[in-house]
Design a protein around this ligand. Sequence first.
Ligand SMILES: NC(=O)c1ccc[n+]([C@@H]2O[C@H](COP(=O)([O-])OP(=O)(O)OC[C@H]3O[C@@H](n4cnc5c(N)ncnc54)[C@H](O)[C@@H]3O)[C@@H](O)[C@H]2O)c1
Length: 422
Amino acid sequence: MVGLGYVGLPLAVEFAKEGFKVIGIDLDQRKVDSLNAGESYIPDVPTEEVAALSRSGKLVATTDYAALREADSVSICVPTPLRKTRDPDMSYIIASADEVAKYAHPGLLIILESTTYPGTTDEILLPRLKARGFNVGADVFLAFSPERIDPGNKQYGVRNTPKVVGGHTDDCSEAVYALYSTAIEKVIKVSSTQAAEMVKLLENTFRAVNIGLVNEMAIMCDKLGVNVWEVIEAAKSKPFGFMPFFPGPGLGGHCIPIDPLYLSWRMKSYNYNARFIELADEINMNMPRHVVGKVAEALNDDGKPIKGSRIIVMGAAYKKDIDDVRESPALDVIKLLSDRGATVDYHDPYIPSISLEHAGGHGTKQSVFLTEQAVRAADCVVIVTDHSAFDYAMLGRAARLIVDTRNAMNRLNSASARIVKL
Ligand SMILES: NC(=O)c1ccc[n+]([C@@H]2O[C@H](COP(=O)([O-])OP(=O)(O)OC[C@H]3O[C@@H](n4cnc5c(N)ncnc54)[C@H](O)[C@@H]3O)[C@@H](O)[C@H]2O)c1
């Protein structure tokens, strides 16, 4: 398993539990040391499982790609972020493809898992294997299989989430199907690596576009003075042809805000403008500004400007009950409020500190210890992430004003705070 992050580690553990000897390769020495000491660093992967697998020798980690010499298959799960220019950053896939090709040997099955633009497996992995003189599909086998892990999801994990695979040839598909069927309940074959790459982009674009749509609904409802949450709740009663999506402070995480842009970038080389993707991106990217606008309006109603106000942001993670802050809209909300002169603290039991560099700011901030007194003293509390661990009753009792971007206060029967919804 190459790349032992949110995707690679759960996959590695599932294969090790099935009895395979799994070698994890990661350039991050701390992750390697942690796994070899039997400790997990991913909340969805229990440390007891890692400890048992590490003790039995089923799971070992290294920074050295030479370990591939003893592997029968390799799954590549390295990051695919965007550059500052919002173009795909392929450097991680290229770096790992170079190493995998260097140590490839007859019989090796190579599977790319990272989310990427259609054509990546053919354009980056295939030529490197051919350059080594391999007949791909006969000497070595090549496939793409999109990872579908949903961090924090208690119902669906690696084992019971169906997995799509697409090989460079039919034999490549057969090989990956045979391997993945050992640890995953349902494996679905598609006809090519490119189709498998596109499956993931359809899934994530579907989410990005629908979230963009519902965020725009929230903006329109706001102008109309209609409660968007009530509208969604009622629309949900339709048993067919409707699937609820919910508005929020903006997209976050490593997938939904990023992956569709891999596709729209790719389509530019076909002289095609992926309009739904661009539009959804524009609306979703603007949500933190919309939230700050709501805060400004709400404070204004109390006769206060943002400048000089004390604001507590609840939650920094991009979604509830996880410890991942990548692309989180909380960073933008905090930066925008700070830029306008507010004194902003944030509280998140999962995220002890944040760097504001990603949102174009400077420095770091530490999560504050939240007391009822601090909530009483704040001019506004902004709920950005609706972690289950938050004491919503206390917020409702102690806060003067709450801007609730997740409809989290809906769970309360009564609250003395003035609550402004997205
Ligand atoms: N996190 C998710 O929910 C999720 C879900 C589905 C798909 N994906 C996709 O899976 C891929 C991996 O995402 P992730 O969330 O696991 O990322 P991550 O950052 O958690 O993990 C990636 C790991 O790869 C390592 N790495 C980087 N370069 C390397 C190299 N050259 N050789 C070996 N290791 C290297 C990093 O040190 C890191 O540990 C991405 O393409 C992502 O879009 C992520």
